[in-house]
Write a protein that binds this ligand. Structure first.
Ligand SMILES: Nc1ncnc2c1ncn2[C@@H]1O[C@H](COP(=O)(O)OP(=O)(O)OP(=O)(O)O)[C@@H](O)[C@H]1O
Length: 484
């Protein structure tokens, strides 16, 4: 069947007016026939981008057709809105034709793009994340979108720290297609660490994870969905429905003989102080980070640490050009993310390559350092693009440090422009280690507090999996040459 040859007329249950539905390669069109009995013909057409169309379902016993889609977020609204239209198919078009058409539309929305339709989702809701709105966001916005898309939900409300970790550690892997968290970045950290502790960690870490922003940081949501829609929970739900698995580097953190995993950032000095010492200001949402930053500038305490880095690149122009080339390649290839694969690689976690006493080709920085911020994903918060040249799977961790003049380094933080500030040292590295030179200080890993003790970080290329509609981090950042 050529889908665009078929037009399906439906009488809506709710308003008794007729609709004509038409699917083409460009969009899904809904023509509303608003004619009043005996009055002049009055029609209105609107088009829905394929990306926003969730489901077309036909029930041949009742001849009922349901179309669900997201209406993009308006400027004054917090999120995109869900529309579900249901009505009875009109005319003498056969059930078989409508069924084949609806199935064809679904196949072109999902399987043709390498996306599983009607995913089986494990959803963790942290009722206490961020400003405590997790439950409301889930019930009012997220659950209706996921159900309208035909997803099968297992919902777990977390009751304590470690709940999600324990749950996924023993997960039956073939029962779940993706894991969603209605939370901040802290719960994502917990889920990834639970998957890494699974009896079959490599298979477990292939299950894609995706965030619904309901915490105070929400860095991952910003990076996967972009700054414009990163705080829109309906768009984040759409990413869970339509996103494709995107392989992402993860970082091993070895501290005191214990190994854990980080997916986003590690911070020491000013950046950790502003994250951890502002916990009591949680009610402020992400404004608390700005408050912490300003307070840090005033107090100006260098971090008492020695930093050693296994440097792979320290030329900022090369980093920006590499990013630019990779993004252009993704955009021009048309295929922006990997296909969903049913093949799972089993096996043990990758072994550590760098021993704590390995010093060959490590650069040691002993000068006073105001902060160390290491990680991946451009945004660490709405107001701070800390790693503008970060790539999800380049096998590198980005490290930014500064020895002073933090005020200049902060200006342009939202757009990543501070990256070019000469006093901000920026490296791409395979590994790094930190030795505290005092007992007092803060270490924050993915926004969670860790002991201020010696630790080493090593990159594991493509160990983690997130869901993404774009196959890359969504942030605008260009090399200097592109700006001229
Ligand atoms: N019911 C609960 N009570 C207390 N803590 C919980 C509960 N559920 C989850 N947690 C813990 O809360 C921590 C933070 O969770 P989450 O990431 O959702 O929010 P957040 O800290 O506000 O966000 P961010 O990490 O962006 O600052 C996690 O370590 C998680 O284990």
């Amino acid at each position: 069947m050529i889908l665009s040859d078929t037009r399906v007329a439906v009488r809506l249950d709710s308003s008794h007016h007729n609709l004509t539905l038409h699917y083409t390669e460009k969009a899904f069109y809904i023509l509303h026939d608003l004619r009043k009995a005996g009055g002049p013909r009055h029609t209105r057409t609107h088009d829905i981008l394929h990306h926003n169309l969730l489901r077309v379902a036909f029930d041949s016993t009742t001849r009922s057709l349901t179309v669900s889609y997201l209406k993009p977020k308006k400027k004054n609204k917090p999120h995109a809105s869900l529309v579900v239209l249901t009505g009875v198919v009109q005319g003498n078009v056969s059930n078989e034709v409508v069924s084949t058409w609806a199935e064809g539309v679904m196949k072109s929305l999902y399987e043709d793009h390498g996306v599983l339709r009607c995913r089986r989702l494990l959803v963790f809701v942290n009722p206490h994340g961020g400003v405590g709105k997790g439950e409301k966001i889930f019930e009012k916005v997220v659950e209706p979108v996921l159900l309208a898309a035909g997803c099968d939900l297992t919902v777990v409300r977390t009751t304590h720290h470690g709940h999600a970790f324990d749950y996924v550690k023993d997960l039956e892997l073939d029962k779940v297609d993706a894991i969603a968290t209605v939370s901040g970045d802290g719960l994502i950290h917990e889920v990834l660490n639970g998957l890494a502790q699974h009896a079959d960690p490599m298979s477990a870490l292939r299950i894609p994870v995706a965030p619904i922003p309901a915490g105070s940081g929400n860095g991952l949501a910003l990076n996967l969905i972009g700054i414009k829609h990163g705080f829109d929970s309906a768009s984040a739900a759409l990413n869970i429905v339509k996103g494709r698995p995107m392989k992402t580097d993860l970082f091993s953190i070895t501290q005191g003989g214990k190994r854990s995993f980080s997916f986003m950032s590690q911070s020491l000095g000013l950046m950790a102080d502003l994250d951890l010492d502002t916990e009591h200001l949680r009610w402020m949402g992400d404004t608390r980070f700005i408050y912490g930053m300003l307070r840090g500038i005033v107090t100006f305490n260098p971090a008492p640490i020695q930093l050693s880095i296994k440097v792979a690149e320290d030329n900022k122009d090369v980093m920006a050009e590499t990013l630019f080339t990779r993004v252009q390649e993704k955009l021009s290839s048309g295929k922006e993310a990997a296909e969903e694969s049913s093949v799972r690689e089993s096996g043990a976690l990758p072994t550590l390559k760098y021993l704590p006493d390995d010093n060959e080709d490590w650069t040691v920085i002993e000068d006073p350092i105001l902060f160390v911020y290491a990680g991946q994903g451009p945004y660490v918060g709405r107001d701070y693009m800390a790693f503008p040249v970060s790539l999800p799977d380049d096998g590198m961790i980005d490290i930014a440090t500064s020895r002073g003049e933090i005020v200049s380094a902060i200006s342009g933080a939202e757009t990543g422009e501070n990256f070019w500030f000469p006093k901000l040292q920026y490296y791409k590295a395979q590994a790094y280690r930190v030795k505290p030179l005092s007992t007092k200080g803060n270490l924050s890993i993915d926004g969670e507090r860790f002991p201020f003790e010696e630790f080493q970080v090593e990159v594991h290329p493509r160990l983690g999996t997130f869901l993404s509609c774009y196959g890359r981090y969504v942030a605008d950042f260009s090399p200097r040459t592109a700006k001229k």
